[in-house]
Design a binder for this molecule. Sequence first.
Ligand code: AMP
Ligand code: MG
Length: 343
Amino acid sequence: MKFKRLICCLTASIFITAGCTITETGQSEGSGEAEISVYAMDTVMNLKAYGSNAESALREAEREILRLDSQLKRGSENSEVYKINSGGAAEISEDTAEIVSRALEISRLTGGAFDISIAPIMDLWGFYGNNFRVPAAEEIGMTLPLVGYENISVDGCAVSVKNEAKIDLGGIAKGFASDRIMEILRRNNIESGIISLGGNVQTLGEKPDGSKWRVAIQNPDGGAYIGTVGISDMAAVTSGGYQRFFERDGMVYHHIIDPKTGYPADSGVKSVTVFSSDGTLADGLSTALFVMGLNEGLEYWRNHGGFDAVFVTDDNKIYVTEGIESVFESEFDYEIIKREMIK
Ligand code: AMP
Ligand code: MG
């Protein structure tokens, strides 16, 4: 198996361009604008909202993020995911049951490219606790049978796992949390806001001046953005090998695993950004499409719809699906993919 040599930096995959940067913490009470930073789900999250009660809405969002984080944290003995993984079955909250159900639905739709039972393989590669190592092929071969989303079932608030399967929600939890934040902001009558949960960007309505939010897609090799997209009421989620990786003997091993092989996905893409009004779907799909690669990913897009995507391939080509053609801007060459172009 061949692995890419990458020169890159470990920063968030998507930034909000100048004019709506959300990197500072603070709020000016009563000004109708509030901004907070929260550390959760192993990342810094920036939240910004406009409206007379923006500050209290963001504080409610912060509480929700921290609550979800403590429920979903795989490594914490008090979490519900820990309960499932250590007991094989557990009665859990509606939220955790919902996220596991959504994850299983995306697994089925993507033919297992997305699979939350990837935990034993993540562990083997040392991604838990940053004890990175390159496992022997035999170890991967022995561990791979433990992976299979079919081993996980949800019935109401009861989750059970068979065949020693273990769950890792890292590929979808931030998308789920960002959908939740949007719900909270809407319930608080906030009409305009933008959040960035470590690269998962989600926007509510338009900017206060009525224009679209401009979200920039990071260049996987660092340097200038590969492009920007104008969005409203939409999530933009990037999965990229450059976001988390380690290096051994000149080879780069990243954190998105192909559940069929047990190795970091080597599908010919450096990053995939998915745009959808459904943040949970965008998160699950960005991971899945990264595993699938360009051709299979585009075929999936043509057959399912409900989202748009920007692919950056290993040979630095940029492909943009037609739904965002009119709002995508780039200084680089790129190809617009139309549905009828795909076999
Ligand atoms: P993302 O950055 O959203 O693409 O998610 C990557 C994270 O999801 C990894 O750090 C793992 O925790 C988990 N993961 C890795 N490979 C997969 C996969 N094929 N399906 C589901 N989750 C995965
Ligand atoms: Mg994801």
